[in-house]
Design a protein around this ligand. Sequence first.
Ligand code: ZN
Ligand code: ZN
Length: 582
Amino acid sequence: MSKIHVMSDALANKIAAGEVVEKVSSVVKELCENSLDAKAKTILVSLEDGGLKKIEVQDDGEGMDHEDALLAFQPHATSKLIKEDDLFFIDTLGFRGEALPSIASVSDVLLKTSNGGIGTTLEMKGGKLIKEEDSDSRIGTSITVTDLFYNTPARLKYLKTEASELSSCVSLIERLALSHDTVSFTLKNNDRVLVKTTGSGNLHKCIHEIYGLTVSSKMLEIKKSNDDFDVYGYVCKPEILKSNRNHFITMVNDRVIKNYDINRAINDAYYTYKPDTKYPIVILKINTDPTLIDVNIHPTKQDIKLSKIEALYDLIYTGIKEVLYKNLLIPDAVKKPEYNEIKEEYVTQFIKENESVDDTYKESNQVTLDLSYEEEKESPIVINEEMKKLVLYPVGVALGTYIIAQNEEGVYLIDQHAAQERVNYERYLKALKESKTSSIGLLFPITIELSSSEFLIVKNNLQVLQDLGFQVEEFGMNTFVFKEHPTWLKSGYEEESIHKILDILIENNGAFDRVKFNEHIAITLACKMSIKANMHISNEAVEELLNELVLCDNPYNCPHGRPTIIKFSIYDLERMFKRVMN
Ligand code: ZN
Ligand code: ZN
């Protein structure tokens, strides 16, 4: 019996709006997903000129017989969905089946496939079959797409430059490879290998193959379970953050998905470990009972809805927090260039090179892949508890801003503002978390006048202020009087601090969760109360600050996520001064 079924129109319509093929990477994505559905173990994607000239996807999947090959180009043909109820479960990767006919309608497609018997070759142009013949019986499928959008000039116009199409293909294949570590992916452009994974089934090794050693040695394993969810994967240390979110890869039951709450859990877990504009590399595999998943929201957009999402949020949030807490290291001052950076540069440069440069130049610029992988190469992980024993001996302060310190391992630079901010932040946060706050009376009560809208918000949230340890009352028109304040407010800065806290309360308009409110207060006050750059700091204060810093839960970042401390190891220094070679 044929494996491909023609689905009903009703179902076709249900698959919301249909997948639109709009760029090279969407063609590559559809073809690769078909290969994965066909249980391929090896997928080779070969592009010419970033795919604008030619896209070829070859796999060693189970292939199709003659009948299925023909059916694959019929609209509404799908091997993935048989009855409407199946939409409820995510057991297979794709939802489509529309992809091949849509691609074929706007390009030339050459299909070669065999499931072990006599193979089939089909050639389609603008959606019409123009050639059909037997071919060899190598098991698997290869699809070659040329002249994309030749008959739809409007779409053709929207194809981006070669470099930009290529870079989205690179990031697509990286994501696919990371989410299918048992499948070997290769991406080539004009015969240069840009991505290559071995399909070893070892996620860490796959990360190494995609990002190189610099990243793979800084990934931390996470493994957490509760009654409904198993979470497994890797998250990066805050020192190798990326400037976009493309490096969040989350899978539920082996399907790559996007889910707002999962992303929020990741972001919240990295809160204060990173600046707002930077994003971690996170690869998470989540397994759960398929009945907890509702895919009907919008199957083509990778969006899914999960029951018991709060439990999953907590699991991911605490899992990442724990692993970050246990495994932080002071970032090294000396960084080796990453393979990934070289690759990105290549992608943006490649057009010029290809047009004007001879082969010898190309040879010397060949992007070489180092796939050698040994777990032992990982830098040893130092847990936070050990760092708390770290002793830093101050040497002096440079540029009025950076404390220089040393110990038997090397030389450290510490940003005096960032370091003190971290110390104060943890102190405030701890004080705020304490259920019983101790308060102290003000000799001269502080009155604060607000606008009437602000006054109303504060009035509705007086309990919040009382919980923090303030004794506060209404005092005439739009005014409050503060008679007691919590002991942790820095003396001399009481009024300023109260203003800051009221600002935060008003900004949140009462709609906040308590944990975030406390964190916000702690960050704001910590920044305000910390010594600024270019402000003189005494030797005793330096010593005290260093001692307090190493005792912090996270001594390595200020609460805004910037680094507090950078290390030059003795080896780095010797290498820089060429006392040692290599
Ligand atoms: Zn600050
Ligand atoms: Zn800061």
